[in-house]
Unconditional design. Structure first.
Length: 436
């Protein structure tokens, strides 16, 4: 093993041996090399005469560029767009994003958490989680309503084993009892377990209320205190898109960080949905750990291992989108404009809720509870989701997602409010066509 990896491992073991045991074999081998990047960083500080280290071209003291591209980037300095970004992301953006996280989740104010690491959106963040913590045969606990890409990332790529529990309880909320049972079954004997929680949820559009948040965090903390090693991954891609008053409006990181040495939390969030910049691919990975050791030393070691995983795959995330997201966060109009778009989506969600109260739809489907995010799901009655999907496309020019079996997912986020009635009328016609 590389001596740099050994140093990081020793740093983690000294301060929290349980976190070290959670690492995959690949995670234990990871390190951030002291090569060109570290030498360039040192030269940036001290090479006041000439700096011949960096692998870009300079002209007149700034990044060389084509005028036809720079002309499209009004208000952006060439050095904020064209050079490589650091492996962990633009430092000012990382610090600003942490400020944003704490402002939105006040329970984080008194917690020690890692500095967010920039990722190439949340899919990349999940891949990094797999690199660091998932080895072949590891169990990943998920509800039975989950984003299909989890399987590709964690099962196909990393050879983990996904185990599910029922998402909804009989009363229509999150099934905390099924979740607790799943935790107990999969941690028997103090085994390591990766737990993935996604709220607001894709595909269901459901987000937990305050009582459910308390119950979920209580289950996880208790399991860790009983000896289970838990890697809890919080996929919060749709954070902030809440459409009910009683919802838990903070990150679960605030309830779980610093609670137990056997409980490691990885929060994944980003600008993708929150700032409506899907193609920018700007996400963040934030660690939260417990234990009596030097937590900051563990965060630093985990950050360097994560940087090594980034360096050894995509090298770094794009610089220009990070600059644009930072400028948005610094804008005095950011919160106002974000709130306007959130309200627009809430209006669409509430229109869907209203339309689906029509009793005639009861013969065609059952609606899964939803209250957040971009989506809602329905269980069709007597019709397969894939059969309906094809029929709607061919007959009515309507597209939706077949989510397995009788389930279909509707993305109301991309439907104008005035078109909601027509959309569900056409879906209803499609179901009736097939039933007849």
């Amino acid at each position: 093993m590389n001596p740099l990896a050994e140093q990081l491992n020793d740093q983690i073991k000294k301060n929290n041996p349980h976190v070290f045991e959670m690492l995959s074999p690949f995670g234990k081998r990871l390190f951030f090399p002291k090569g060109i990047l570290s030498q360039s960083a040192e030269a940036k500080e001290k090479a006041h005469r000439f700096n011949a280290t960096i692998g870009i071209a300079l002209e007149n003291g700034e990044a060389m560029h084509l005028a036809c591209i720079q002309d499209m980037l009004k208000g952006i300095r060439p050095d904020d767009a064209f050079p490589y970004a650091p492996a962990a992301g633009k430092l000012a953006l990382r610090e600003k994003w942490k400020e944003k996280q704490i402002a939105e989740s006040p329970s984080l104010e008194d917690k020690t958490i890692g500095r967010p690491i920039a990722t190439n959106a949340l899919t990349h963040g999940l891949t990094l989680v797999g690199d660091l913590f998932v080895e072949p045969g590891d169990t990943i606990l998920l509800p039975d309503k989950f984003w299909g890409n989890y399987r590709l990332i964690l099962e196909v790529r990393k050879q983990g084993r996904i185990v599910t529990y029922p998402f909804y309880s009989a009363s229509g909320g999150f099934d905390v009892q099924a979740f607790e049972k799943g935790i107990e079954e999969q941690t028997a004997g103090g085994k390591k377990l990766i737990v993935l929680l996604n709220f607001p949820n894709n595909p269901t559009g459901y987000s937990i209320n305050k009582a459910e948040a308390d119950a979920i965090s209580g289950v996880l903390i208790e399991a860790a205190r009983k000896g289970a090693r838990l890697v809890v991954v919080l996929d919060e891609a749709y954070y902030g898109l809440f459409y009910a008053d009683d919802l838990f409006r903070e990150s679960l990181l605030g309830k779980l960080a610093n609670q137990d040495e056997r409980l490691l939390v990885v929060k994944l969030d980003g600008a993708t949905k929150e700032e409506f910049v899907w193609g920018f691919r700007v996400g963040f990975l934030t660690f939260g750990i417990g234990g009596a050791g030097d937590q900051q030393a563990v965060y630093e070691a985990l950050e360097k291992k994560t940087m090594g995983a980034i360096r050894g795959s995509i090298s770094n995330s794009p610089h220009l989108p990070q600059t644009l997201v930072l400028k948005a966060l610094e804008s005095p109009d950011f919160r106002k404009q974000q709130a306007e778009k959130f309200a627009l989506l809430e209006g669409r969600a509430r229109k869907v809720m209203q339309v689906l109260e029509n009793p005639k739809y009861e013969e065609a489907w059952t609606v899964y509870p939803f209250n957040a995010g971009y989506f809602m799901c329905m269980a069709l009655k007597g019709v397969e989701g894939e059969t309906l999907r094809k029929h709607l496309l061919d007959t009515y020019g309507v597209g939706l997602i077949a989510a397995g079996g009788n389930d279909v997912r509707v993305a109301f986020s991309c439907i104008e409010e005035e078109n909601v009635v027509e959309l569900f009328e056409l879906i209803y016609k499609g179901v009736m066509d097939l039933k007849s």
